[in-house]
Design a protein around this ligand. Structure first.
Ligand SMILES: C[S@@+](CC[C@H](N)C(=O)[O-])C[C@H]1O[C@@H](n2cnc3c(N)ncnc32)[C@H](O)[C@@H]1O
Length: 292
């Protein structure tokens, strides 16, 4: 009798425990379902937020943002003035008005026979002390009068990169090359902001009567300085503005001080090396690329 009662009691306890466990499982299940139900819309909402642009938020396109930043910097760097020299662009950089670019129609003036006597181009090239095998750049090569002279100096083991932004100028030089057996000149169509030269590839970059008409001198110089090998040189040949006797329009002349002011900016990594004053009308202001 006692054993029967106790077995009934055990049975009851067992049933109670079982139903307790069952209830627990049921309540946990509904809790999880509830939690999931609460969570799901939140996850969906987050995904939806990512897809739907907030109409109050302006979308930032990285390309447009970069372009806007460049524009803002250019605005800061270059100023336009209404009152300016008629031979200039009306665009000013570090206090200097940028000259108009000489078009290819001016090529006969570059080729004029009296140029050697007036500018002593042979002496100019000699002063650069080019070495056979060097890779040099004639930036703003025009019809290539000086390019040809440089090609002779660096010889067949060297190379001259003739850079210009006017295809017509490069074509004039190309025509000359067809008639002669010259293999060491490469024609490069540059852009207003880029000479399109490889970094650290150039021993000497020359600009004869060119720099003052760069539309974007800062941007050009950033790339040109990078194109020089460390220890490489860059030479600016400009009509002397200090000398009123030099018969050239004012915006096509530059003082030595102005050249130094513009080229000496730290970001170019160029150090003034020498100024050669032996030519009748121009000075040759030479800088050297130093390790940055
Ligand atoms: C006055 S010409 C001098 C040509 C040559 N250096 C000479 O003395 O016979 C100036 C040349 O510079 C070029 N030029 C102007 N801006 C330039 C730039 N950003 N990059 C390359 N060439 C440029 C012009 O197209 C033009 O052919």
């Amino acid at each position: 009798m006692t054993s029967r009662r106790s077995s009934v009691r055990i049975c009851c306890v067992f049933c109670a425990v079982l139903s307790g466990i069952f209830c627990l499982i049921l309540s946990r299940g509904s809790f999880l379902a509830q939690a999931a139900a609460q969570d799901l819309p939140a996850v969906e909402n987050r995904a939806a937020e990512a897809k739907t642009p907030n109409p109050e938020q302006t979308e930032i396109n990285p390309k447009e943002a970069k372009a806007a930043e460049i524009k803002a910097k250019e605005k800061e760097r270059y100023q336009t003035r209404k009152n300016h020299d008629p031979n200039g662009q009306g665009k000013f950089y570090l206090g200097r008005e940028i000259a108009m670019v000489m078009t290819f129609h001016g090529a006969p003036w570059l080729e004029r026979p009296e140029r050697e006597e007036e500018e002593r181009l042979s002496e100019l090239v000699r002063e650069l002390k080019l070495q056979p095998g060097q890779v040099v750049a004639d930036v703003g090569a025009g019809s290539g009068v000086i390019t040809m002279m440089m090609a002779h100096e660096v010889g067949p083991t060297g190379k001259v990169m003739a850079v210009d932004i006017q295809q017509e100028m490069l074509d004039l030089l190309g025509d000359k090359l067809k008639n002669r057996d010259i293999q060491n000149i490469e024609l490069v169509l540059g852009e207003e902001k880029s000479p399109k030269l490889d970094p650290a590839s150039i021993d000497l970059a020359l600009m004869v009567d060119v720099y003052h008409e760069f539309e974007y001198p800062y941007e050009m110089m950033l790339e040109l300085s990078q194109a020089l090998k460390v220890g490489g040189r860059i030479a600016f040949v400009e009509y002397r503005r200090e000398d009123p006797q030099v018969p050239i329009k004012l915006v096509h002349k530059m003082t030595e001080a102005q050249v130094k002011k513009e080229i000496g900016q730290a970001e170019f990594g160029l150090k003034w090396k020498e100024t050669i004053r032996t030519l009748p009308r121009q000075h040759i202001v030479v800088f050297e690329r130093v390790e940055k």
